[in-house]
Unconditional design. Structure first.
Length: 175
């Protein structure tokens, strides 16, 4: 059993999401939030897709992007994950849905109490008919704590920089 960061709750604890629009990263992102959407080509071929999907679903992408991650196994509905953003700053989330299709894999997680933001982020790898493999990050967030509100545009900048790190990590892990 992983050692959970102090104040992040027990792994068997059912935490409520800090936003009402669960699963909204599947369609139009809800109003009243900052929206982020990035697409990046990872390469070509089924092997690139499978490596990318495996890295994504096992939290390797998050770790390769520089986050310290404590998770309840691979990404699956209801799984809890806590990312350590900085010393003393954690980001607890729960997986709200998983995509497991032959040509499309991924998941979304939503923020739990203690996360500096409130919202949801989805990560999807897909392969098209021509064999091109794409990675997508979609998110809607708003400040969830005083610290996040005070950070203003710096918080949004941090989210964009993290999305870039996710893309770089996925490119390396999918090679």
């Amino acid at each position: 059993m992983p050692a959970w960061p102090p104040g992040s709750g027990k792994p068997d604890q059912v935490d409520e999401l800090t936003y009402p629009e669960q699963g909204a990263t599947k369609a139009a992102l809800p109003p009243g939030y900052h929206h982020l959407e990035r697409h990046a080509r990872l390469g070509t071929g089924r092997a690139v897709f499978e490596r990318g999907a495996a890295a994504l679903m096992s939290w390797q992408m998050h770790r390769a992007a520089g986050l310290r991650v404590t998770a309840e196994g691979d990404a699956r509905p209801g799984a809890r994950v806590v990312s350590r953003i900085a010393p003393g700053l954690t980001a607890p989330c729960r997986v709200v849905y998983v995509i497991d299709e032959p040509d499309r894999r991924g998941f979304a997680y939503g923020t739990l109490p203690g996360h500096p933001e409130s919202g949801e982020e989805a990560f999807i790898v897909d392969i098209g008919d021509a064999g091109d493999v794409w990675f997508t990050v979609r998110a809607f967030t708003r400040p969830g704590t005083l610290l996040a509100r005070i950070s203003g545009p710096f918080g949004r900048l941090g989210q964009r920089l993290t999305a870039r790190r996710y893309i770089r990590a996925m490119r390396r892990l999918s090679e």
